[in-house]
Design a protein around this ligand. Sequence first.
Ligand code: FEO
Length: 392
Amino acid sequence: MKARTITQGVSWLGAVDWDRRLFDSLIPLPDGTSYNAYLIEGSDKTALLDTVDPAMADVLLSQLKEVARIDYLVSHHAEQDHSGTLPLVLEKYPQAKIVCNPKAKGLLMDMLKLPEGSFLPVEDGETISLGDKSLHFLHTPWVHWPETMVTYLEEDKILFSCDFFGSHIATSELFVSDQGRVYEAAKRYFAEIMMPFRKQIAKNLDKLKDLDISMIAPSHGQIYPDPSFILNAYQDWVHSTPRNTVVLPYVSMHGSTKIMVDSLVSALVERGVRVEQFNLAVTDIGKLAIALVDAGSIVLGTPTIHAGPHPYAAYSALLANALRPKARFLSIIGSYGWGGKTVETLAGMIPNLKVEVLEPVLCKGLPKEQDLQALDKLADSIAGKHQEQEFV
Ligand code: FEO
């Protein structure tokens, strides 16, 4: 795709990656993604904001063919999907300075072998003039690395936010045209990489509060011509109390655990609690991550295999531990053949979760009447706790 004009002197450059299906060898990308870079041409100087994933370097270099000079290469974030083409761009414009958070300098030198003399680190609040356009830099740590920053283009009131407010969508439309679609993609993105850093993100949202923003241009997905849409969504994901919802990732080998899951789901629904159920053998973990953003409780369902939890259940526990959702309660249900340490093993995998653990329900073989009654009791307990916490 060729460069596209956003407003006078401001253009979108970058690559739309329609075919990518996995990020960081972990995160599913059902809708592909894009790596957005932006060219800002002032009356005196020119800046390129971010680059693209090295796999698509040729697309960016082709867009830069007609650009004679670049003075500043702004690197908002050192992760390679944005910085990975910096070495090639610097080779083309050797006089350019890499403008970044001081914390990014070392990371970029380590990861891309960029020369120390090319850097121009900027402090929080610093401004660089391009003549009739001014780049105002704000450090926004932990969205989602420690060195992240954003740029506010003062004259045009555009916030270039890199990963912050991004979404993994490949599309030919530059601006958000379907808010429902973008809401889900942006929530998935928030859940997968931003959720563990909610406290820092809250501080960063506060920092942006006084800016007059006409447009937010992230480095993945579409540009927001209505910034309040994504700013309000982030406020909700970061600050709202958990909902009256149980997220129930489970796996079943011969059906016993599935019977328990069905019984618990039914009991919870009867008690007015919403449930989001995920069969880990087939689920998209991005959907599970989205559900974790609002969950009041998590219940893991697993059979016992080789004396411990099924590896898929262990994976979901490790994932929840890494994502650190707001959930306040957790329990474990499942079936075993002759014994094991399923509960102890899973409990040891979630030290980051600030949850009260509710009495697990494990049964031998097929669930019996007393096991189903124990599941009803667990549903009572969850519904009661949610009510006490006023989850809605
Ligand atoms: Fe889009 Fe953290 O890189």
